[in-house]
Design a protein around this ligand. Structure first.
Ligand code: 0X9
Ligand code: ZN
Length: 424
């Protein structure tokens, strides 16, 4: 009897362990790349993104969109696309992912990208793989304890599931409050795994080369929050690789989560956002309703007169956006300056290995979307320089061997932005 029960328990535990991977639910899914052959097709796609909770748009630009589609929704989309007479390519999602998720081991590698030795990978440490929440926080806390004179580790608040929205302040004297702050955040959308690393890399480089960055840090504090949405991020590691929103549960409702980048108090829920809880762009019950949004907003508004630059790092697409993102008709009074600063950052990024970013407003290049941090920082708080970056990638997974290169090229861009803080 006990033996039988024990065996059953073992089987259950085993099944539990083998079943729960973050890609399970994507078996049979397709990745559609749709080429918009006209303005009306683009407008149609924008409409679908906001009203259709079953289509997950990974990327939506004026020229093309990338959509993740479940087997049940696939016939519906096929009919739509054929009716619109629009060209597209469909590829099994798992096939696409396996190309990126192969764990690179010395013996498996046969192309030049994979010739990295084990020791080199180990030397890359946290920048050689995709760390979990606890590893990111341990890394931040270790940076602070190694550099107590220059660095403070703190929590901006807690999430719905009780995790910390953790920040690092970096300056030439952690006891003083410099006149200017450059604020840099990542990890707003759970699935954009490269972004916390790119932000953490900035902190790491600054602290390891303080002498070289003396002039950048003159009268300026750099405040980094690598992981704004730790609940969503952890969920992408354990359950659903492509989870975007936070993990706010509403009692009795089956859909979960708010899009933090639709929840800020600028033209909240105006366009490109939805009041359907099941939508990927659900804007929440009110502006700033989410714990993560209010943690960030509280910090920024308390420091609004010192913060001269706000950078929100996302992925993917290789874009630098400046306000306004909520409407194509809303023009920032300082758009020429914003454009030229962004262009300079793009030039610095390109110097590392030729990666080319496009610069503009997200409403102009992508789609109109309200409630973003960029519009809030610029429009509500009067922070003079506010940008959103979309890092490189073909989807939300970046090859592990590419992490360090993206971190390095992005670093060049981030430093260029930060250099402009001294203008204010
Ligand atoms: O839609 C977003 O939140 C951002 N793109 S992402 O693919 N990472 O989700 C772009 C936001 C640009 N800013 C505003 N629209 N305000
Ligand atoms: Zn994003």
């Amino acid at each position: 009897m006990w033996f039988k029960l024990g065996t059953m328990l073992l089987i259950l535990v085993f099944c539990g362990l083998t079943m729960a991977t973050n890609l399970d639910k994507y078996e049979g899914y397709y990745k559609y790349t749709v080429f918009h052959n006209g303005e009306d097709v683009f407008n149609h796609m924008v409409q679908l993104q906001t009203v259709d909770e079953n289509l997950d748009f990974w990327l939506l630009t004026r020229n093309m969109s990338i959509i993740s589609v479940s087997p049940t929704v696939q016939p519906f989309l096929e009919t739509r696309l054929k009716k619109l007479r629009v060209p597209y390519v469909a590829k099994p999602l798992m096939e696409e992912m396996s190309a990126f998720t192969q764990n690179v081991t010395d013996t498996e590698c046969d192309n030049s990208e994979c010739t990295l030795s084990r020791s080199k990978r180990q030397a890359r440490g946290v920048f050689g793989h995709f760390p979990r929440y606890s590893e990111i926080l341990n890394y931040m806390s270790a940076l602070a304890s190694r550099n107590p004179q220059y660095c403070r580790y703190e929590s901006l608040g807690r999430t719905h599931e009780g995790r910390h929205v953790a920040g690092l302040s970096i300056s030439l004297n952690s006891q003083l409050r410099p006149r200017r702050v450059a604020y840099v955040q990542g990890g707003t959308h759970g699935r954009e795994w490269i972004t916390p690393l790119a932000v953490l890399y900035l902190a790491n480089e600054l602290l390891n080369n303080l002498r070289a960055f003396q002039s950048v840090l003159q009268d300026t504090e750099i405040y980094v929050v690598p992981l704004v949405n730790p609940d969503g991020y952890e969920y992408t590691h354990t359950r659903d690789r492509f989870w975007r929103k936070n993990r706010h549960h509403y009692g009795g409702r089956s859909c979960v989560g708010v899009d933090i980048n639709r929840n800020f108090a600028n033209n909240w829920n105006y366009r490109g956002a939805s009041q359907n809880l099941c939508s990927e762009v659900y804007s929440g019950t009110s502006p700033g309703s989410e714990a993560e949004t209010s943690a960030v907003a509280r910090y920024l508004s308390a420091n609004r007169h010192r913060v001269k630059l706000s950078l929100d790092v996302h992925s993917f697409g290789k874009y630098i956006f400046y306000p306004y993102g909520y409407s194509r008709n809303a023009l920032a009074p300082t758009r020429n300056l914003l454009h030229s600063v962004a262009q300079r950052a793009a030039t610095q990024i390109a110097k590392y290995r030729g990666t080319r970013y496009s610069v503009g407003t997200s409403a102009g290049i992508l789609y109109e979307a309200s409630g973003g941090l960029d519009d809030y920082a610029y429009g509500n708080l009067g922070i003079p320089m506010s940008f959103t970056l979309e890092l490189p990638g073909e989807n939300f997974q970046v090859a592990q061997s590419d992490i360090i290169h993206i971190c390095k090229e992005t670093f060049a861009g981030l430093i260029e932005f930060i250099r402009h803080v001294s203008l204010y």
